[in-house]
Design a protein. Structure first.
Length: 98
């Protein structure tokens, strides 16, 4: 990850930093992982594509299940992320309730 480039506003002598969307996404991802840490171990959050790969399902299934509230979804601004363990546990609960 590149270091943010400081820049100074002509009206304000306080340095401001410019971050790319990718840098912000990584910062937020790390913060959420730390907040969701269990037993000192970070819980990896997956993108919809990564979750689809893990579950061997189409990414459209992931989006549809998330939209319908059928799988646990973490919203980070306009982004959605998933904890594989939470999803597997919720699917297991759904099977036992059926």
């Amino acid at each position: 990850m590149d270091t943010p480039t400081p820049k100074t506003d002509a009206l304000d002598s306080t340095p401001a930093f410019t971050l790319t969307v990718g840098q912000m996404d990584e910062i937020v991802r790390r913060a959420v992982q730390m907040a969701l840490a269990e037993n000192g171990q970070a819980t990896p959050l997956l993108t919809p594509d990564e979750l689809a790969d893990q579950l061997k399902v189409p990414v459209s299934w992931v989006y549809e299940q998330s939209r319908q509230g059928k799988i646990p979804t973490h919203r980070i601004g306009r982004y959605i992320r998933f904890d594989l363990r939470e999803i597997l546990a919720s699917q297991k609960r759904n099977e036992t309730n059926s």
